[in-house]
Design a protein around this ligand. Structure first.
Ligand code: GLG
Length: 829
């Protein structure tokens, strides 16, 4: 950069900086202006929701300012950019997070107070952006926060669903699903870019043509849909950098089908075009099974095609050839959902940019990396060849071409080992021919990542064993992490201030390893007392929430024992509920003197079941039936309560986690790829009762087994039991508990029968029987520890202190250095 140019840059940024004023008076004026002119309500009569809207728009302005500055700066610097492709982003609310990351929280709180509003109440007016199902989707949201905070030049790409994850409504203990039309009241956190749109093609025919002296493949589509960009600024913390999450919405294409308009059937032609919008209308609510549905495939290709076109357009803006493409672009596939991007890049480069196959192939192999979140081969995505061939005829050809070269390579390497060839082939033969999206991703991507060390072991030894033998150097893991900004600073301000006080700095918000410094104060009585006080305040907040949600008054003196996550058989909410029945039964049979020693518990369960997942729905109903029995039993009083929190989502988690004492993460070992819920509890000083599965093995290393309650079979033991087909004898306590359920103690015995059968007569695949005794022991150990509040508090402090490894900052740092090859690019203040 020449001196003169440098001077211009500095002046340019000086002008941009501080364009909007952040003192409370300016903020008040801004909020009121927005109420008056953007929301179009009188500024003399504002309710909480209008105050939220006014404030949100005023924050949005500040986000846009920084967004512009950042994008301008990236444009000028032209660093290698990361493009993070994910079909799901579970962002939750934006208001608090934004003002904290922008560093203007205090000013806004003052401004609101002076206007006569409470920040907490105003913030609660915001609905959740729930464009995702569970762990995978929240992971992408946490990673976006880290990418922004760590100044990486990154973009997220996804789909702007009109309906997010369904709302869970409980009627008589049964889950019902209601659509979440989250855009009803507008969304101030997005910027509609009517001018950023791309045509996405579907169906049609492919021909080889001779054009301009060259043989070209020409795809004539049967349907074209327009993808319109909606930008969601993601502000970093302690930096001016604000990156972009670009979500695509489907709109009818601007290209008119003159034929239908000409025939006079105008109304039907318009209605037909309108159908295009269905592509981005609804999020698939199942986070584990993919059934080769046409709409799902359309969604995947739609978002991938628009993103690839956008990425290539941006690159071409400042480059005249593709020579440097791989030096400027890294594409990350969040699971296989966006893996058609691989094929799309090759198609565009070969068919539209006229690169040779070899050039396009080399580029694809250099730029793509893939992270899998699955532990079993059955969980891997497959697309029926017929479906793919009709929807994307050219892509199917390309996949066949890739597979041909790949299988040739395999033959050279392993000879005619047909079993191996058929296992590894991208095309699965059988009654229904399928494309295996994971195989495609592994063949092309330079890097395949698992989400914990244990997960990588499973990938190497089972799920991708053949591929690991072929390309061991491709396989890595980046243990998942969560962002301490959202999960402590936003959601647990009391603990945040306390940590800052004792560390003497708030630098841990960007450098999370500093939390280790808490260890040296762990014996300090003053810290312990303050720690307990903060936790107590959070518990009281949770007590109020529970009362508002369920009408139940629980005592904050009890141990709050929480399991919140998607309902799955492998996550074993059933084990938890059966344990609660056991506890109830024990208390019922106790003498008064024994009861005095019982540690009162409030058991809290929350989570959604996929709409078609019957067993999961039965677990929800069982939880309610057991809760009803226990909670209304006057003989039990405060000794035991069971609460189901309906409609679990990110905001609920933000409230529940800081108020929990104990949290359960009890998947059957070998089934949870990583698990990230445990990390949120851990950093908030909540103790874990857990099986040694997924990333918990690494948590045990960091925190020490003595600061947790570990139970259940280990991964290798589970594998062995499965291999031997062992169905261990069920422990008597469990048989007794199951008998209570079968005998109708909680009603609905017919409805619950399959749950009991799954353990007693269907082989107990998830090993509840095997793990029940050690689970009860771990629970007893937790009770014992809770009685000694000083010990418990120390364990709690040590949990927070040792949680640094599980920050998404660490994960993203590892990806940046080892997988993507990107460097920070910090926008000057
Ligand atoms: C998953 C896994 C979790 C994992 C998460 C993020 O089930 O174990 O922590 O992704 O990697 N499919 C998922 O939601």
């Amino acid at each position: 950069v020449s001196g003169e140019e440098k001077g211009r840059t500095v002046r340019f940024f000086e002008m941009m900086d501080g364009f909007l004023k952040n003192d409370p008076v300016s903020l008040q004026k801004d909020i009121l202006d927005h109420v008056e002119f953007t929301v179009a309500r009188s500024r003399f009569n504002i309710d909480d929701f209008e105050a939220y809207q006014g404030m949100a728009h005023s924050v949005r302005d500040r986000l846009i300012e920084r967004w512009h500055d950042t994008q301008q700066f990236f444009k000028k610097k032209d660093p290698k950019r990361l493009y993070y492709l994910s079909l799901e982003f579970l962002m939750g609310r934006s208001l608090s997070n934004s003002i904290i990351n922008l560093g203007v929280k205090d000013q806004y709180m003052d401004a609101l107070n002076q206007l006569g509003f409470s920040f907490e109440i105003v913030a609660e007016q915001e609905g959740d952006a729930a464009l995702g199902n569970g762990g995978l989707a929240r992971l992408s949201a946490c990673q976006m926060d880290s990418l922004a905070t760590m100044d990486f030049p990154a973009w997220g790409y996804g789909l702007r669903y009109q309906y997010g994850l369904f709302r869970q409504v409980i009627l008589d203990g049964f889950q019902h699903e209601q659509p979440d039309y989250w855009l009803n009241f507008g969304n101030p956190w997005e910027i509609e870019r009517v001018h950023v749109s791309y045509a996405v093609k579907f169906y049609g025919t492919v021909e080889e043509k001779h054009l301009n002296g060259k043989n070209c493949i020409v795809w004539t589509p049967g349907e074209t849909v327009e993808a319109v960009a909606y930008d969601n600024p993601i502000p970093g913390y302690g930096t001016r950098n604000t990156i972009n999450l670009r979500l695509w919405a489907a709109k009818p294409s601007g290209q008119y089908d003159m034929e239908s308009f000409g025939t006079g059937d105008y109304i039907n032609a318009v209605i037909d075009r309108q159908k295009a919008e269905t592509i981005s209308s609804v999020l698939y609510p199942d986070d584990r099974s993919y059934q080769g549905k046409e709409l799902r495939l359309k969604q995947q290709y739609f978002f991938v095609s628009a993103s690839v076109q956008d990425i290539i357009r941006r690159f071409k803006d400042s480059h005249s050839s593709f020579d440097k493409f791989h030096e400027k672009v890294a594409l990350q596939l969040n699971d296989t959902h966006p893996s058609l991007a691989i094929v799309e890049v090759i198609r565009v480069l070969v068919d539209e940019e006229h690169l040779s196959w070899k050039e396009a192939w080399d580029i694809a192999c250099n730029i793509f990396s893939y992270t899998t979140h699955t532990v079993v081969p059955e969980g891997l995505e497959k697309i029926p060849v017929d479906l793919l061939g009709s929807l994307l005829p050219r892509h199917l050809q390309i996949i066949y071409d890739i597979n041909f070269s790949f299988t040739e390579e395999l033959k050279q390497r392993f000879g005619l080992d047909y079993d191996r060839l058929s296992r590894m082939s991208i095309v699965e033969e059988g009654a229904v021919k399928n494309i295996r999206m994971a195989n495609l991703s592994i063949v092309v991507c330079h890097n395949v990542n698992g989400v914990s060390r244990a997960h990588l072991d499973t990938l190497k030894s089972k799920v991708f064993k053949d591929f690991y033998e072929l390309w061991p150097e491709k396989f890595h893991h980046k243990t998942n992490g969560i962002t301490q900004r959202r999960w402590v600073v936003v959601s647990n301000p009391g603990l945040c201030d306390l940590i800052t006080k004792w560390l003497g700095t708030d630098a841990w918000i960007r450098e999370v390893d500093l939390l280790l410094g808490l260890r040296e104060h762990v014996e300090n009585k003053e810290l312990q007392l303050e720690w307990r006080t903060v936790r107590r305040v959070n518990k009281i907040r949770l007590v109020e929430f529970i009362e508002a949600m369920t009408g139940m008054k629980v005592s904050p003196d009890a141990m709050f024992d929480v399991q919140i996550k998607r309902i799955h058989e492998y996550k074993r909410q059933l084990l938890n509920i059966l344990g609660i029945i056991h506890r109830y039964d024990c208390i019922k049979n106790m003498k008064d003197s024994e009861r005095k020693r019982v540690v009162p518990r409030v058991c809290i369960i929350g989570g959604k079941a996929a709409p078609g997942y019957e067993m999961a729905k039965k677990i929800i109903k069982l939880c309610h039936s057991v809760g009803e029995k226990i909670n209304t039993d006057p003989d039990i009083g405060d000794l035991l309560k069971l609460i189901f929190i309906p409609d679990y989502n990110v905001s609920v988690a933000e409230l529940v986690i800081p108020g929990s004492d104990l949290s359960q993460h009890i998947s059957t070992a070998g089934h949870e790829a990583s698990g990230t819920g445990s990390m949120k509890f851990l950093i908030n000083g909540c103790l874990l009762l857990a099986t040694a599965d997924g990333s918990r093995l690494e948590i045990i290393e960091e925190i020490g087994e003595e600061n947790m309650f570990i139970c259940g079979a280990k991964i290798h033991e589970v594998a062995k039991m499965r291999e031997n087909g062992e169905a261990p004898k069920l422990p008597l306590e469990l048989v007794h508990v199951l008998r209570m359920v079968r005998d109708g103690y909680f009603g609905h015995e017919e409805y619950f029968k399959p749950l009991c059968d799954s353990i007693e007569s269907a082989g107990d695949f998830y090993l509840l029987g095997h793990d029940f005794p050690s689970y009860l022991e771990a629970q007893a150990a937790a009770d014992k520890a809770f009685v000694d509040q000083e010990t418990w508090t120390k364990m709690s402090i040590l949990s927070t202190a040792g949680s640094g490894k599980f920050s998404s900052d660490r994960t993203i740092g590892d990806y940046a250095a080892e997988t993507w090859g990107i460097e920070p690019c910090r926008c000057p203040f």
